[in-house]
Structures are given as structure tokens and as C-alpha cells.
Design a protein around this ligand. Structure first.
Ligand code: CA
Length: 370
């Protein structure tokens, strides 16, 4: 449209100016509204990012605002599939590696932790340790269950962590009840990660073997196939020995290997992973809620160099390439040895791992570098 047409239509120059001005104002108004909308969206995103607690599952929190996930998760291909449903069965409180395993699981978005069960000895005190651990890092939403109390064979090194009752729940439901109910709710979907003696596994098989068989798989730390305690792969060979988790409930271990559920085994052969002082210095100076809990528990444990047996079971559930498995037929004998014998495979066993690869993965993830 030009001024001639406008004059032809009987408008004055003043009218033209007025029309241009009003159109300009309209366009400017549109730009302002558009700019405000963009600013509002980015402000919302920024605020959402800022309010995500460092140790909480950011998908869950940020997802309430916008379904955004970090680019690296898309790149790894993990985000396209739903998180793996896991239940963790732990004897936390004696050796220190269970706490390091829980930390890895909690920091891993690939896992949806349905519950944490305790096993072996004073299961209530172990459950209160888990209560506090979860409470301190803002994950009190994860259910904590206690297994059946059994004879205490250890003095619990980290029991004092539970003494004050911080975040302690008044009571804990039964671990076997919970396990079976969750399997019925999610048949074929649940990975049970066992990082303690297998009392809850045996209890569940005894009560309802058919339901137990509907687990997707069991990933366990346990057994000693070709290497015993202290055989780190570069020093003198140590013959296989009865391993702690198997030894303390041999009957349940035998039931598990005969259960028909796919069993993935991380034995001593691949899990004697030493958290040396350089790695400890890195982890314990991160100053996050979760590394602070590890620092406290490490000092209560009172020894020098942790061996991260249990975290490899969690690591395998997330990144199986960290611990490549071989199909084997394993027989758990009456003394607690895990004998490698001829026959159809009843387990997938990781006989070797690369500690450097494991620690790069572990320290970056738990240290919050990723
Ligand atoms: Ca353990």
C-alpha cells in the first residue's frame, strides 16, 4: 500500500501517519509480548534448573516443569528407554562397600530404585542406617524394608550412624513381603541386586518360588570362581575360597542358582577394586550431600582402603561392559565354594574386569563430574 492509494481513498497525510503509527504500535506490541513470552519460558527453565537438588533425581523434579533431560543422556541412548526397576538387598553396616554401592545406584538415572532391603544379622539397625543415608540426601521417598533378623556374626562398624535415630522410620515392613509384592506388580521387569548374604532370596523362594521366577534377573556380588581373597590379578595366585555372601547362607545360594531366574554373578575374581588414597581424596572433598555421607561412614568403618566389591554389581546393572560375563554352570557346595563344573549354564559370571575403567565411571558419577 502506498500514499497515492491512501489519498485516492480520501485519507489525509495525517491519517496515513496515524495508521502507520498504530500499525507500528501493533507490531511493537506483538514483539513485546513475544519477547516477554520467550523471557518467561527461559526464566522458568532457569528456575527449574536452580531448584533441582543436587542429589535428587533431576528428571523427577525438572520433569514437573518441562520434560528436559541432559544432552549427554540422549547421546548415551539411555533416556529413550525407561529406567530399570531395581530392588537392592544389602547388609550395609559391616564392610563399607555397601554404602558406596548405594551411592552409585542413587546417582544413576538409569535405575529406578523401588526399594532397599536389608539382610543378615541386625536388619533393623541396618535399615535405620539406610533411613539416615537416604534422609540426609533428600531421598526419603525410597522405601526401606528389613529382612528377617538372623544371628549376628559381626559387630556392626557403622551402627553408630543409626544410633541418633536421624530420619529413622518407626518400623520397617518385611523385605520378603515387599519383594514378592513388587514382582507381582511388575512381572518380568525387576532386577534384584544382591550385595549381602541371600536370606531374603531364600525366604522369597521358600514362600513363593513361582513369583520369584518372575524377576527379570538377579545381579549379585558373590562367589569365588578362579581367584580368592587377595588375588588382585597381578600378584601371587590365591585359590578360590568360600566367599562371604555365599558362605553366610549357603542354602539360599543353592536355591538361587536352581531357581530358573537369570543370575549374573560378580565374584571376587572381578570385584577386588581398591579405593586408594588418591581416589578417596577426590571423593571425600567433593562436599556433596552424598559424598559427605560416604565420608562419615568411611570414618566409622575405621579401616584404610575400601574394596569396592558391591559397587561392581550396581555398575554391571547400569553398564554391563564394565564386567563382561561368561556363561558357566556353578555348583554351590556344602562348604560355600562356588564350583565351576561341566553342564548347562545356570549363571553369567564376570571373571575379570578393568579396575581403571570401573573407577573412571564410578568416581565421575558419584563425584558429580558428569
Ligand atoms: Ca555387602
Amino acid at each position: 500500500m502506498n500514499t497515492t492509494e491512501i489519498h485516492g481513498a480520501g485519507h489525509t497525510l495525517w491519517d496515513v501517519d496515524l495508521m502507520h503509527s498504530s500499525r507500528f504500535l501493533c507490531r511493537s506490541g506483538f514483539h513485546v509480548v513475544f519477547a516477554l513470552t520467550v523471557a518467561l519460558v527461559f526464566t522458568s527453565l532457569f528456575v527449574a534448573a536452580q531448584t533441582v537438588e543436587e542429589d535428587r533425581n533431576p528428571w523427577r523434579v525438572a520433569g514437573a516443569v518441562l520434560p528436559l533431560r541432559p544432552a549427554h543422556v540422549y547421546a548415551s541412548g539411555v533416556a529413550q528407554s525407561a529406567p530399570e526397576k531395581v530392588i537392592i538387598d544389602t547388609d550395609i553396616g559391616d564392610d563399607i562397600d555397601d554404602a558406596f554401592a548405594l551411592a552409585l545406584a542413587i546417582k544413576s538415572r538409569e535405575l529406578e530404585i523401588l526399594g532397599i532391603e536389608t539382610t543378615f544379622g541386625d536388619t533393623e539397625t541396618r535399615a535405620r542406617i539406610v533411613d539416615r543415608f537416604l534422609g540426609e540426601i533428600g531421598r526419603g521417598d525410597i522405601p526401606v524394608l528389613a529382612g528377617k533378623k538372623t544371628a549376628a556374626k559381626t559387630s556392626m562398624s557403622q551402627g553408630r550412624y543409626a544410633d541418633g535415630g536421624h530420619f529413622a522410620k518407626r518400623s520397617h515392613s518385611d523385605a520378603v513381603d515387599f519383594l514378592l509384592a513388587q514382582i507381582q506388580k511388575y512381572p518380568g521387569e525387576i532386577t534384584l541386586i544382591c550385595i549381602g548374604p541371600l536370606f531374603n532370596v531364600g525366604g522369597a523362594i521358600d514362600r513363593d518360588a513361582a513369583t520369584f521366577r518372575k524377576l527379570k534377573r538377579v545381579v549379585m556380588m558373590g562367589g569365588s570362581i578362579r581367584r580368592g581373597y587377595g588375588d588382585l590379578g597381578y600378584n601371587e595366585h590365591v585359590a578360590p575360597q568360600p566367599e562371604w555372601n555365599i558362605l553366610n547362607d549357603i542354602a539360599s545360594a543353592q536355591k538361587l542358582f536352581a531357581s530358573g531366574v537369570p543370575v549374573y554373578v560378580m565374584p571376587l575374581d572381578s570385584t577386588q577394586l581398591k579405593l586408594d588414597e588418591v581416589k578417596r581424596a577426590f571423593l571425600f572433598t567433593r562436599g556433596t550431600a552424598i559424598t559427605d555421607q560416604l565420608t562419615i561412614l568411611y570414618h566409622l568403618w575405621g579401616q584404610e582402603t575400601p574394596t569396592l566389591f558391591d559397587p561392581m554389581a550396581v555398575g554391571f546393572a547400569i553398564r554391563p561392559e564394565l564386567c563382561p560375563v561368561t556363561p558357566l554352570h556353578i555348583r554351590v557346595d556344602e562348604k560355600g565354594y562356588t564350583r565351576e563344573e561341566a553342564g548347562a549354564a545356570n549363571a553369567e559370571v564376570c571373571l575379570d574386569s578393568k579396575p581403571d575403567d570401573f573407577f573412571v565411571f564410578y568416581l565421575k558419577r558419584v563425584g558429580g563430574v558428569e
